[in-house]
Each structure stands twice: as structure tokens, then as C-alpha cells.
Write a protein that binds this ligand. Structure first.
Ligand SMILES: [Zn+2]
Length: 267
């Protein structure tokens, strides 16, 4: 059986929260372990660290402020986040970035919180897990400025165009691909692009409970996506790339270990 790391799971503040133990176990049964729990704001990041302590080696987390919560970023947020990042369970700063699709926070506040987190990631020499939706040009100009000093930079749930993909690869970003690619309607463009992502820059993720792969048969009874479906997504991408699924899984696993510096933690 292949091993997988789900690099973006929204275990807290989502429909997955009531069944955490069962979800971790069901994922592990499919070879999916550890899971990386997303911290979307400062209090959720603190809660994510506590959760990781309850499931050592099975859970790691990010700590950061999602663009939806950027308006909550205050002068003391940076110090709070620095303190959170001292926990050994925190493997990346984020999820941070820009979301001009929902615009839940004003755009200037989004840019300010994003830049502050990139600076912090540079100071701490931690990788960043980033989000970008309908904000390519501002995102690109900000990340271009900081990329040379960042230890590692991952754009999770990439769903952009070919030109955007090329710009991100030129910047030496890692790209996270979700079950969006399995969507027979809106995933078509992405499906055509995934064969062109360099193999050492590709990570796979569910972003569960969102983005249930639409092509799964039989269709899961619940519309909730779960980390246990990651092997399905990875096999789907391997097929698109014309690669052996086991080889592809191995490469993604190694990419994830290296990006999040997990090899030491996992012994
Ligand atoms: Zn996201």
C-alpha cells in the first residue's frame, strides 16, 4: 500500500470536527498519515497545536491567518503568531494569502496580513502554505518580492490557468492539487495542466471537508470530503500524468516530507 500525506485538512471549525478520531483512523487505514491541520486564524491555530498534541506523529499543523480573517490582524498578532510557531507541531506558516473571490476582508487588510506573515516566515525560516483566489497579479507581485528569502513556498489548492501556473513555477513555488481536478465541469483546465507541473513541485491534498472529488464511484453518501479519499485523488492525477500510481504516490510523499521538514519528526 502507498503512503500519503494530506497537506491540507480543515479538521477544526468544519464539518469534520465532531469525528476527528474516526477520520484520522480511516485515513491511516488507507495509508494517509500524517495529516496537516490548517490553522485559519490565531485562535484556531492555537487549538490546532493542542489537537496535534493529542495525536502525536499523526497530526501536524499550520499556524496563520487566512485572508478571510485578515481584518482581524492587529499589531500584536505578529508576536502571537511567532509564539505559536515555536510549537514543534507547527510545520508551516499559513494558511495565508489573498482571496479576492469572496473578499471577506478588505483587500488592503488582506495584503497587509499576508505580507506580515511572509516576513515572519522569513524570520523564522519556516515554509509558508498560501491561498490565492482571483488575486493572481497582486499575489504574484507580493510573493515575487519575498520568495528569494523564503525557505519554502506552497500554493495550496492551485486551480489557475496555464500562464499562472508557469509564473508560479518560475517563482519556484510548490503547487498543491486537490480533488478539484476530478470535477468534470470546472476541473477540465486544471486536468490539462497537471501533467506539466514538475514532479518535485507537486503535492496532493484533499482540502477536506471541501472539494469532494466529483468523479468518485460509488459516490460517497455524504458530500463531506475526507482525508481517506486522498489516494483516489492521487491516482486520478497519476493517470492524467501518465505515471505509475505507486511511483507518483512515493514522489508526492517525499515532496511533502521535504517541504514540511517532516522526515526528522517521523524518524
Ligand atoms: Zn485555501
Amino acid at each position: 500500500m502507498s503512503s500519503y500525506i494530506d497537506i491540507a485538512v480543515n479538521l477544526l471549525g468544519s464539518a469534520l470536527e465532531p469525528d476527528i478520531t474516526q477520520i484520522i483512523q480511516a485515513a491511516a487505514d488507507q495509508g494517509v498519515s500524517p495529516l496537516i491541520v490548517i490553522g485559519s486564524d490565531l485562535s484556531e491555530s492555537a487549538a490546532a497545536i493542542q489537537l496535534c498534541q493529542q495525536y502525536p506523529k499523526q497530526l501536524y499543523c499550520t499556524a496563520g491567518v487566512h485572508p478571510h480573517h485578515a481584518s482581524e490582524w492587529q499589531t500584536n498578532s505578529k508576536q502571537t503568531l511567532i509564539d505559536l510557531c515555536q510549537a514543534s507541531q507547527v510545520v508551516a506558516v499559513g494558511e495565508c494569502g489573498l482571496d479576492y473571490n469572496r473578499d471577506f476582508s478588505p483587500r488592503p487588510a488582506q495584503r497587509q496580513a499576508f505580507i506580515a506573515q511572509l516576513e515572519l516566515a522569513i524570520d523564522l525560516q519556516k515554509p509558508v502554505l498560501m491561498h490565492e483566489r482571483d488575486a493572481h497579479s497582486d499575489f504574484l507581485s507580493i510573493v515575487s518580492e519575498y520568495r528569494p528569502h523564503l525557505r519554502g513556498a506552497l500554493l495550496h489548492c492551485f486551480t489557475g490557468s496555464q500562464a499562472q501556473m508557469e509564473a508560479y513555477i518560475d517563482l519556484d513555488l510548490h503547487l498543491g492539487i486537490t480533488g478539484w481536478v476530478c470535477d468534470e465541469r470546472r476541473g477540465q483546465e486544471l486536468a490539462a495542466l497537471v501533467p506539466f507541473i514538475p514532479k518535485d513541485r507537486l503535492l496532493v491534498e484533499t482540502d477536506s471537508p471541501y472539494l469532494l472529488p466529483r468523479s468518485m464511484r460509488p459516490k460517497p453518501k455524504s458530500s463531506k470530503n475526507k482525508p481517506e479519499y486522498l489516494p483516489y485523488i492521487a491516482q486520478y492525477i497519476a493517470n492524467l500524468r501518465g505515471e505509475d500510481p505507486a511511483e507518483f504516490a512515493k514522489q508526492c510523499y517525499q515532496n511533502s516530507l521535504a517541504f514540511f521538514n517532516l522526515s526528522q519528526q517521523n524518524g
